[in-house]
Structures are given as structure tokens and as C-alpha cells.
Design a protein around this ligand. Sequence first.
Ligand code: MG
Length: 390
Amino acid sequence: MNAPAGAATTLAPYAAHDASSRGRRHAEPDPEYRGQFQRDRDRIIHSNAFRRLVYKTQVFVNHEGDLYRTRITHSLEVSQIARTIARALGLHETLTEAICLAHDLGHTPFGHAGQDALNECMRDYGGFEHNLQSLRVVDELEERYAEFPGLNLTFETREGILKHCSLPNARLLGDVGERFIRREQPGLEAQLANLADEIAYNNHDVDDGLRAGLIQVEEVAQVTLFAREYESVASRYPQAPPRRKVHETIRRMIDRIVQDVIRTTTASLAAAAPRSIDEVRRHGSRLVLMSEDVRREHLELKQFLRERVYRHYRVLRMTTKARRVLHELFDVLMKDTALLPDEHRDAAQRAEARDGATGRARVVADYVAGMTDRYALLEHRRLFYPEARS
Ligand code: MG
């Protein structure tokens, strides 16, 4: 029987394979009915940090409307896009999914504004970086298993979560830090998750930006990627209601990019001919790619979003408030850890005994980073407004 188009029936040699995983930090018996990466995905979905993504946002704050993307729907969209591509290329679909679902676990409340604010707060204490925090969540902070801290994920999933890393941090991280020192690539599933993240948010931010009224269709129709699909939709379905035209356009944009990535990557893999994931890692450059033309169009869209959406005054007002809230939360808790809930206070005391103020700051940052948008607002009210319940 023929496999359906786009479905690779077997894993390619350059994919990650369960049997040759570099393993977990703490030895465990193999899962009986699942693969290694299936177990990783399941652990991610069962984690507290994953559930919190429901109430964390990227551009729009959670209470602004129920239809905007949250981190959880973003993570699911990333995963769907990446899984389609993984399957077509013969990559490990479940590993790809695990990386995508985990990629934002370390995100602060209030999206990038929150990450920038916390990084400023942590300037004297080693900084704050959300990729690193995602790894910290799965390696240390989750408390679900009797035998080890964190989720004890495989090397391959952890490698995918750590997208970027500074050299000083890489030196502290052991196995997953090594590639930054050696200037190697991660596996293809990780490269794919990274690219799918960009595809997902650039497209859904157009949708959310239009819905919020921050941008108008006529403006985004100046952007090549949108214009091409929009014109063909409008000429074929002139009677379609505006909202359907927009969705049909975005759907086609994603489809176009996905097909381009599959074609371009198929060609790059044929040219490089890696025979294993280790050959992928040692290859001088990324192998999961968009074509030059589509990459340029995609950058144009990104630039448009930066100017018209992320710097829209309504978004800037929100990010300014978010920054202030995070700064004030961090400062008051850093000054007096007795204000922290018991378990965090105890962790802060232990960390301080070990690493001084840097240790204390890290525990405060963990606490603040773990907050959802609404929890951060609530906690801020409790700490700063006398009439709020403590
Ligand atoms: Mg993301």
C-alpha cells in the first residue's frame, strides 16, 4: 500500500532515533509501551509550567480578549506546523512535538516585555534568558517525580529547548552547552522547532493584530507575503466576508512557507547527505531552511509587525505597565524574601547560604518568571495595595 503524500513511513537516518538517544541526566528504566521522546512529550504536557502557558501571553495580555493567542495555543500551533514538516522529511515527529510544546515553558508573564524587565532586574546576578529558563524548568524546577528534580528529559529534547545560549552560560551547562562552545548545530528536529516558532508567530500576530484593530488589511496588504495570497483570495472569492478572506490568506501564507521549507530542506539534506544526527550536528550550518526568496518575504513581514504591531502605542502602553509590575515585584521580593510564600522563601534562604545575593536573586526570578499574567497582577496588588487581601 502506498503511504499518503507527505507521510514518511520510516525515520530517515539523519533523524533522531529513540534507540540512539544520548539519554537522560538521571538513569531510569526504559518506558514499556512508549518511545523515549513520547515519554518526554507526555511529561511536558503533565507539567505545571505547561498548564501555566494558558495564562501567559506574548503580545496581548490575557484579559484583553479570549480570542488572542496565548502561549499555549501558540505552542500548539508551532507544534502542528513543525509536525507536518517533520513527517514530510522523515524526522522524528514526536521529538519535534516535544520540543515545540516545551519551547516557551520558561517564559515570564507579559511576553517579551516581561523577559526584558526580568533580565534588567537580574543584571547583576547573571541575567535572565527565557531559553535558559525553559531548560531550568525541565531540569530543576518542576517537582513531579520522587527520584529526581525536574522532568528528566532526554538530551535531544533539552538540546532543542536551548535555542541560544551565551558562552559563559554554555560553560556552566555541561552536555547541552557544548555545542555553543564547539559551534555545532542541534539535531534537525530542534532546527525545525526553531523555524516553526517563527512561522507560527509571524502569521498569527498578523491575525491578532488585525483582530485587535492595531493594523488594517490595507496596511498589511503592502507586505509581499500577505499581498500575494490576499489578492488571489480576493479575486477568486470576491463575495467572501472580510474575516474569511483574512483567514484564508493567512492559511495560504502558512501553507506556502511550509511547502517552501519542505522543498528547500529536502534539497539541502540531499546536498549535505548527513548519515546520522551526529553528522547533522557537525555540519557547518543549519539544514532546515526557507528558500532565499521566502526568507526575504518572511523578514519583510517580521519588520512590518515590529513597526506596526509591537510598537503600536496601545501595545507599548501595555508593555510599559508590564515592565513596571515586574520590576516592582522583583525589587520588593528581592529586598525582603520573608514576603515570599513559604517554599520559595525557604529555597531563597538555601540559595543565599550557597551563593549569596546571586542565589537569592535567582530564586526570586524563578518565582516571578513562573507567574502567569493574571497572577503577576494579583500578586502586585497584594504587595502594593493595602486594601488587597494578602
Ligand atoms: Mg515561541
